[in-house]
Design a protein around this ligand. Structure first.
Ligand code: XMP
Length: 418
């Protein structure tokens, strides 16, 4: 991709809103990337930029000499300055034939790029049912067909119907080679009596890698591991390298595997934002049920089943979650909400069911809106939707006597409870 289409590179001098400028230029169908002004010049050369936009440089600051030596056309914009029509015109004229940059073109360039990189070799892809891995798998399958094998690890921590949907789409419709590993018992026994959130995350992450690796070994040597790395992850890694980010939660992915198994990484959506990945999924004809899905954490319901994780508690949570999501869909609000979730709390409350006293658990409904998940605001849900959801959970889900509505913003409350 990077060799096929030439981007404009926003050189970031450390002022906020650089990302905003990237989005604005991409909305104008100009392929735009961002790099710190301190970036290695080789990194910049690999990207083969068509031009540079210096964003937020003080008057005293200039393009660093090692970058200026590349002789690329450049344009400067202060932080406090709105992008002007001249800036957009400059970017479009530099990029020439690479404009318009859109997901149809991205898909066709990427298909060719994958074919060239992979040749006749083999690719392994972990499928979770989430948008990113689904789009990556669909893209690679379109490019190289049966040279791709997907592995779905059913941890027992997935949402209701999740594994079936993935099978239906990938095995059924796309005829992708898909291996489903039933590993619920292993995950539940490894998590027995574990309540501390970071410990849960570490156990789930490590076991996921173990199970995935076992399956991969059965397949013989695979040359590439495909991952749904997104552009915000790439940018975060630059920031982390500069010591700017603080890890609040350890995220669970298949990190470490490529080196251990001597596989190269294939990250065909690493230049894209989430909404662009969704648009790409539509171009690849993935069904809306997959493409439009709310984000779901790698450790799954494990970090929504607050306290000890048992099969019974997970089933309770799965049922309550399915009702909440169904009611949001029925109200036509699913696509307007960034993420909705139910958590089961390790708290019991007294209630009355069928005229009898019960002492059962409490769950919480949470719906948020966000742009990048770094901050989030509560999505204010209509009263009839809330009332119906609560009524259904209390009557249809055994073991729940009370439902709360969590409207905490992030910060301070993270999106997931654990
Ligand atoms: P928090 O809870 O940190 O979540 O506010 C921010 C976003 O990230 C998702 N999330 C994860 N995604 N692996 C993932 O791939 C993880 O371990 C993980 N933990 C949280 C969360 O659902 C929200 O969208």
């Amino acid at each position: 991709m990077q060799n096929s289409l030439k981007p404009i590179v926003v050189l970031d001098f450390g002022k906020p809103d650089g990302m905003q400028l990237v989005r604005r230029l991409r909305e104008k169908e100009v392929y735009t990337l961002i790099l710190p002004a301190a970036a290695d010049v080789q990194l910049l050369q690999q990207i083969t930029p068509a031009g540079l936009i210096c964003f937020g440089a003080d008057k005293a600051e200039q393009i660093p000499p090692r970058i200026a030596a590349l002789g690329l056309p450049s344009f400067s914009i202060a932080a406090d300055e709105e992008p002007t029509p001249e800036l957009f015109a400059f970017a479009a004229s530099c990029c020439g034939e690479s404009v318009p940059w859109n997901m149809e073109r991205y898909a066709s360039f990427m298909l060719e790029d994958i074919r060239q990189r992979v040749g006749s070799r083999k690719v392994l892809c972990g499928l979770s049912g989430g948008v990113d891995s689904s789009v990556v798998a669909a893209l690679i399958h379109h490019a190289i067909g049966d040279q791709l094998t997907c592995v779905l690890v059913d941890t027992g921590l997935l949402r209701k119907g999740e594994a079936d949907l993935v099978r239906e789409v990938f095995e059924g419709t796309f005829k992708t080679k898909l291996i489903c590993v039933r590993a619920e018992d292993r995950f539940l026994s490894a998590l027995k009596d574990v309540t501390e959130p970071e410990q849960k995350r570490k156990i789930i992450g490590a076991l996921f890698i173990e199970v995935f690796e076992e399956e991969a070994k059965k397949l013989g040597h695979m040359d590439f591991l495909a991952q749904g790395t997104l552009y915000p992850d790439v940018i975060e890694s630059y920031q982390a390298a500069a010591g700017a980010s603080v890890a609040v939660k350890s995220h669970h992915n298949v990190g470490g595997l490529p080196e251990r198994m001597q596989m190269a990484l294939l990250e065909p959506v690493r230049d894209l934002f989430k909404d662009e990945v969704r648009a790409l999924g539509k171009v690849l004809q993935l069904p809306d049920m997959l493409v439009g899905r709310h984000p779901f954490p790698g450790p799954g319901l494990g970090v929504r089943c607050v306290g000890a994780i048992t099969k019974d508690r997970l089933d309770t949570l799965r049922q309550a979650d399915a009702i909440f999501i169904e009611e949001i869909r029925n109200a036509g609000l699913y696509d307007q909400i960034w993420q909705a979730l139910v958590c089961l709390l390790p708290v019991k409350s007294v209630g009355i069911k069928d005229g009898k006293r019960v002492w059962e658990e409490v769950c919480t409904l949470r719906a948020i809106n966000s742009v990048d998940a770094m901050t989030a605001q509560p999505a204010l849900l209509p009263a009839p939707l809330l009332t119906k959801t609560v009524e259904r959970i209390c009557t249809e889900v055994p073991g729940v006597s009370r439902v709360l509505h969590d409207i905490s913003p992030k910060p301070p409350a993270t999106i997931e409870w654990e």
